[in-house]
Design a protein around this ligand. Structure first.
Ligand SMILES: Cc1cc2nc3c(=O)[nH]c(=O)nc-3n(C[C@H](O)[C@H](O)[C@H](O)COP(=O)(O)OP(=O)(O)OC[C@H]3O[C@@H](n4cnc5c(N)ncnc54)[C@H](O)[C@@H]3O)c2cc1C
Length: 394
């Protein structure tokens, strides 16, 4: 006989629980989401408006410094609360949700994790109070899933005080409005990935130009842009860590970011499901609510089960992060499962809505379009599987 005993290997397995304080925090976020963000969500999508005012308001509530301790002007909350924050905002507006997620985990947090004391003091307060939005500049034409394909260069000048940066970055979220970016560039081509360095790039530096804003299928208001960098002078003080630390900084930051995208996917899927349950009870065919048909009930049951599983994976990865243990595999699992779940569940929601799910009059078609990106940004599903398998086979 085989006996299987569950032995939690790590603290997070024991600590992982959602407390009354988490639910209290959820209510606070929900109030902001439903009263302030939701009324603007349709216009943000329709007209591709970057929600800069909403993000400034979110900053006043502490939502833009969610991973930054108070000593640097932040309002640090625990990992599960952070997932709840992004989940609740994304339930009503994915553009605002992802701009907030990228800011918190990729624009702001890398400075806290990898920056010098001077960099933290200079940038974190303004990035945490809603004055500045932050972005992340990794992707280029030849560097997508393979970040090692970067071509942007940063050359240290002879005086040793400044780097001169040249290159073009594409698909940069908040690229239209962010005031600072974590920039990745090559400082030593010979060293491959070990020759990539990370910098804090200020938007207003001469030579930083918006080439174009992309017109997109979903998350239409999150200001995704192509930016060119021509002879941009970046002070050596803005190098993060040492030369060559860039790849490590990128991967370390993306581990955090993936929990945010998983949380966004849960919010989107949950919102689609909530609308669909309500609709299925109201809509009648064959003289009955469609919710009385077993085919519909099973679709709802499967969708609800998947969303719950995605939430558990995500909250567990978030709890593990808080223990200080390595969480790359768990974050990748959460992102993989939750993003695929959102694509499926929004499809089911559309199906149960029939023709009305296809019309712009209902938010379902927006949730469906928005969900499509979750399996692509911050690492495609294939890349998440590479991270998970790499960890299993280590
Ligand atoms: C809306 C949006 C916002 C974004 N925001 C940002 C941002 O703020 N900052 C930033 O730096 N980047 C950002 N990105 C870029 C995003 O992270 C990349 O698009 C993504 O990582 C995929 O890279 P790619 O588009 O070059 O696709 P590719 O890497 O060309 O991939 C194409 C296909 O090949 C697959 N593939 C590639 N390599 C392998 C492999 N080894 N094994 C199996 N399959 C593989 C991929 O999974 C995918 O299906 C954003 C993208 C979008 C669309």
């Amino acid at each position: 006989m085989i006996t299987v005993t569950y032995q939690p290997e790590r603290e997070a397995d024991l600590l992982f629980q959602v407390t009354p304080e988490h639910e209290e925090f959820r209510s606070k976020v929900r109030e902001f989401a439903e009263n302030i963000v939701q009324p603007q969500a349709e216009a943000i999508d329709r007209d591709a408006i970057y929600p800069i005012e909403l993000l400034a308001q979110a900053g006043k509530l502490g939502f833009m410094g969610a991973n930054i301790p108070t000593e640097y002007g932040g309002h640090k909350i625990d990992g599960i609360s952070y997932a709840i924050l992004i989940e609740e905002i994304s339930k009503v507006c994915n553009s605002t949700g992802v701009a907030m997620a990228v800011h918190n985990s990729l624009g702001n947090m890398p400075i806290y994790l990898f920056g010098t004391e001077e960099q933290k003091k200079k940038y974190l307060p303004r990035l945490s109070n809603g004055d500045w939005v932050g972005g992340f500049m990794l992707t280029e034409e030849h560097a997508g899933s393979d970040a090692g394909g970067l071509q942007t260069t940063a050359k240290l000048q002879d005086n040793g005080d400044e780097y001169i940066v040249n290159g073009t970055k594409r698909y940069i979220l908040s690229g239209t409005d962010a005031k600072s970016f974590i920039l990745f560039a090559i400082t030593d081509k010979e060293l491959g990935k070990k020759g990539i360095s990370a910098f804090i790039l200020e938007r207003d530096l001469p030579g930083v130009e918006l080439v174009k804003k992309y017109d997109m299928m979903g998350v239409r208001g999150c200001g995704v842009a192509k930016l060119s960098l021509t002879d941009v002078h970046i002070s050596k003080e803005n190098l993060m860590g040492n030369e060559g630390d860039g790849f490590k900084i990128a991967l370390g930051s993306l581990d955090h970011g993936r929990i945010g995208i998983a949380a966004q996917a849960i919010g989107n899927a949950q919102a689609a499901l909530d609308h669909t349950i309500k609709y299925s009870k109201e809509r009648e065919q064959f003289n009955k609510p469609i919710s009385s048909f077993q085919a519909i009930q099973w679709m709802l049951a499967d969708a609800a089960t998947e969303v719950e599983a995605a939430r558990l994976l995500t909250y567990r990865a978030a709890a593990l992060k808080d223990t200080g243990a390595r969480f790359s595999k768990e974050a990748a699992m959460a992102k993989l499962f939750a993003s695929e779940c959102a694509v499926k569940v929004t499809g089911t929601a559309c199906q149960i809505h029939g023709g009305s799910g296809y019309m712009k009059e209902k938010p379902i078609e927006r949730f469906y379009r928005d969900a499509r990106i979750f399996t692509i940004y911050e690492g495609t599903s294939e890349v998440q599987r590479m991270v998970i398998a790499g960890s299993l086979l280590r």
